[in-house]
Design a protein around this ligand. Structure first.
Ligand SMILES: NC(=O)c1ccc[n+]([C@@H]2O[C@H](COP(=O)([O-])OP(=O)(O)OC[C@H]3O[C@@H](n4cnc5c(N)ncnc54)[C@H](O)[C@@H]3O)[C@@H](O)[C@H]2O)c1
Length: 346
């Protein structure tokens, strides 16, 4: 069997920290044959460090040498590069968020349908052991019909001070599009991706606009900070399930907190830390998991699923139509915040 030839586009933090090491562990099925970056010096140095044969400045120059690409550029370039790669006949794993706007995400879905190639999005939370177990709980109807979903993706003082995370024109937003998107995607997948019909939200950037803020993740310029650092929102779906989401990079709270809870008509589920909540024999129970099977390395699981999907051996876990829903809701939250009213989605 021929190995899948992979190319990485944009070799910054996530490419070096997650994707390159993960794909290189799958050496029986895949090989990273090239990297590309607008910063050619960086591309060449990463190629040398990871023993990757080719480095390019332009991703189009790399296309003839690979079967699939992993897109790790700032969000602004996700849609354009994805569409071009699919049109060149390549499979694509694009980092999250899928795109900055719904229109872009729709173009990506259309391009993947036209090309008949795999398009997946880097929502790696779905590969976590807790998430996989939660999906089984839901599929086996252990909590019955989901009713209310609560998400808290809270970092007390962790604005990513590196890269371009605080630049709205390159990223499209801050804490919501960067961090909250993971938990939102996970929740939508768990509850079976119902259609969102109404979205209300408020996005703040008050704390990070103040000078001399304590920040544990690097430094940023408060004067040019133009993205959200704290977002609250409420989403109603066509099946009348409702979802409340709060996400932040910077807030005056006791500590970081990451929770996703689903209350169903037969029981409840907390994903992080994993716990089932139910009533039985006239009593209330909470049962925490003391061991969960599965792969600890979700980056590797993500890579394995992408390679398997490209080779036609595995069912793709993160489908582009699902990721489109995440972008649609995020866009509506930002729009709702700007217009100071709720948004009705068609
Ligand atoms: N899954 C996760 O949890 C996770 C974590 C971090 C980042 N990300 C995502 O990964 C992407 C990159 O983030 P990062 O932290 O690696 O950023 P980074 O700034 O460290 O790296 C981005 C790289 O892309 C290069 N680049 C910029 N424009 C390009 C273009 N048009 N063509 C080719 N290369 C280009 C830059 O020179 C840089 O080397 C973002 O979309 C981000 O949201 C995801």
């Amino acid at each position: 069997m021929n190995k899948l030839r992979l190319g990485i586009i944009g070799v910054g933090g996530i490419a070096i920290g997650r994707h390159i090491p993960a794909f290189q562990k799958l050496s029986e099925q895949a090989a990273i044959t090239a990297v590309t970056d607008v910063n050619l010096e960086r591309a060449e140095s990463v190629a040398k460090e990871f023993k990757i044969p080719h480095a390019f400045e332009s991703y189009q120059d790399m296309f003839p040498h690979v079967d699939a690409v992993v897109i790790c550029t700032p969000n602004k370039f996700h849609a354009e590069i994805t569409v071009k790669a699919l049109e060149a006949g390549l499979h694509v794993l694009c980092e999250k968020p899928m795109a900055m706007t719904t229109a872009e995400a729709e173009q990506m879905v259309e391009a993947s349908k036209r090309a008949g190639k795999v398009l997946s999005i880097g929502f790696h939370y779905r590969f976590m052991k807790e998430s996989q177990a939660a999906k089984k709980v839901i599929l086996e109807n252990e909590i019955g019909q989901p009713i209310v979903v609560r998400i808290q993706a809270l970092r007390r003082r962790k604005v990513p001070g590196w890269g371009v995370f605080t630049n709205k024109s390159l990223q499209g937003g801050g804490s919501l599009i960067d961090y909250g998107c993971h938990l939102l995607d996970l929740a939508l997948w768990l509850i079976g991706n119902p259609e969102p019909v109404e979205v209300s939200g408020t996005a703040y950037n008050i704390l990070s606009k103040q000078p001399d803020q304590v920040n544990l993740w690097g430094t940023f310029n408060h004067e040019t900070f133009d993205v959200d650092d704290h977002v609250t929102s409420y989403v109603r779906f066509d099946n009348n399930v409702s979802l409340m989401l709060e996400t932040t990079w910077a807030a005056n709270i006791e500590e970081d907190q990451e929770t996703l809870s689903i209350s169903g008509d037969q029981g409840g589920l907390d994903v992080f830390p994993f716990r089932l909540n139910y009533a039985k024999h006239g009593m209330l129970f909470n049962s925490a998991a003391s061991w969960i099977p599965g792969e600890e390395d979700y980056g590797l699981e993500q890579a394995r699923n992408f390679v398997g999907s490209c080779l036609g051996q595995t069912e793709q876990l993160v489908k582009p139509e699902e990721a489109l829903h995440v972008t649609k809701i995020i866009e509506a939250i930002y729009e709702s915040s700007e217009k100071k009213r709720s948004i009705i989605l068609e």
